[in-house]
Design a binder for this molecule. Structure first.
Ligand SMILES: Cc1cc2nc3c(=O)[nH]c(=O)nc-3n(C[C@H](O)[C@H](O)[C@H](O)COP(=O)(O)OP(=O)(O)OC[C@H]3O[C@@H](n4cnc5c(N)ncnc54)[C@H](O)[C@@H]3O)c2cc1C
Length: 385
């Protein structure tokens, strides 16, 4: 692997061990999981055993006690083999666990953090049919209740759309507005457990890429959640959403980085084997220039992703860098996967070879956790203010 960017020794060991796991355990299953649009449950168990489902959970709660940077390395290494597994692990670490660690009460931390280390998968539920880029225009409402029939807490009513891990998750961070007159200052984050009366997981989407990752609708009908399940404060859910998504973007950058590296790995192997005009196509300068551009794209992406993650861990401003990393990595992933198909020729276009899947998987990077236009707005604001 052309890893030009320096890592500390423990980081390099961690990244390589996750990649070795992905190569051994995920690669043989990736195509079948894509076809059936479903994760292997045994594989998910192994991800927990490996520690990548609780990278930043402190050791005192049974987690791996790593840094945000370690989460990013895990997402990169897994996505190098299968970006669907990459997003499962990304949402779990950079959105869900991150939010619980930062905003959870001691009670919430004691309830959820140990379980993230063993079997609990989380989901992050912000988007709705009518509110995507304009996420705070959500229509889901939470109304305070305190009676013998409905219970004591908030009753959530509404529907969420596009929720990653919807099928596998047992805990859901759900954003709802408790006071629409206050606009975004009414938004509140609740933790809803699967099985809570009034909460059902609806339709699962049939997607172009990252097909093994579930993307579901969620339905809330008078779903009463106790006040102890509020994450952060009432009316401060917008802060929970913004701050976690700012960091989550770096995770998507890592997913797209891994994807692009995976496409490059495959292509290097292929062009050395495939012969035309009596020699390997890697011997032609035209092909060499194309692979050199792919490698350059991957490396510039790695620099942006690692730098954003390091800034975040150092407590320094990283918003503009994270937005750059998300848009650049997703464009590179699409470009590199597309060139991989070109260099495979006809074989690139069929499912027997791995690169058509990576091309399909790349498209989502420009859409979720803030579309490319939203990232450009953040970058422009950052550099003009
Ligand atoms: C596979 C998948 C998984 C997802 N997972 C999750 C999840 O786990 N949790 C969750 O909450 N959400 C999730 N999402 C939702 C995702 O974050 C939204 O789809 C995304 O934010 C875009 O919202 P939208 O689809 O409503 O598009 P829209 O907001 O309708 O955007 C459509 C187009 O208009 C452009 N646009 C909109 N407003 C502006 C503007 N002001 N200026 C310029 N251009 C603009 C956009 O850039 C885009 O090109 C997921 C989506 C998908 C497809």
């Amino acid at each position: 692997m052309p890893a030009l960017t320096r890592l500390a020794e423990d980081e390099a060991i961690f990244r390589d061990s996750v990649y070795e796991f992905a190569d051994r355990e995920i690669r043989p299953l990736a195509r079948e999981m894509d076809e059936h649009a479903k994760f292997s449950p045994e594989l998910i168990k192994k991800l927990f055993e490996l520690g990548v489902m609780s990278v930043e959970v402190p050791e005192s709660y049974g987690g791996a006690g790593g840094t945000f940077f370690h989460s990013v390395l895990a997402v990169e290494s897994l996505s190098r083999v299968d970006p669907s597994i990459g997003v499962l692990v990304d949402v779990q670490n950079t959105l869900v666990i991150n939010a619980v660690m930062r905003w959870g009460t001691d009670e919430i931390k004691r309830k959820y953090l140990p379980k993230f280390a063993t079997s609990l998968i989380g989901a992050y539920c912000l988007s709705e049919a009518g509110s995507g880029s304009d996420a705070f225009a959500m229509a889901t409402r939470a109304t305070e209740v305190n009676d013998a029939v409905k219970g004591d807490g908030f009753a959530i009513n509404g529907r969420k759309l596009w929720i990653t891990n919807g099928n596998e998750a047992d805990m859901f961070i759900v954003f709802a507005n408790v006071n629409p007159d206050a606009g975004y200052r009414g938004i509140t984050a609740f933790i809803v457990d699967r099985g809570t009366p009034g909460f059902t997981v609806g339709k699962k989407e049939d997607k172009l890429g990252i097909r093994a990752s579930s993307t579901c609708e969620l339905i809330f009908e008078d779903c009463v959640v106790p006040k102890s399940q509020i994450l952060g404060e009432v009316g401060k859910g917008y802060k929970v959403a913004i701050e976690t998504l700012n960091e989550g973007r770096i995770g998507i950058g890592a997913q797209m980085l891994g994807l692009a590296q995976g496409a490059l790995d495959h292509t290097i192997g292929y062009i050395k084997e495939r012969k035309q005009f009596g020699k390997p196509i890697a011997d032609f300068q035209g092909v060499q220039f194309q692979i050199a551009r792919m490698a350059m794209d991957v490396e510039t992406t790695r620099l942006l992703v690692y730098n954003s993650a390091r800034l975040r861990d150092a407590g320094q401003p990283f918003l503009t860098e994270a937005a750059m990393c998300k848009i650049h990595s997703s464009e590179v992933a699409e470009r590199v996967a597309s060139m991989a198909i070109n260099l495979y020729g006809g074989n690139g276009f069929v499912k027997e070879y791995p690169v058509e899947k990576l091309y399909r998987d790349a498209k989502i990077g420009q859409i979720y956790e803030g579309t490319s236009n939203m990232q450009l707005m953040t970058i422009a604001k950052g550099i003009l203010s």
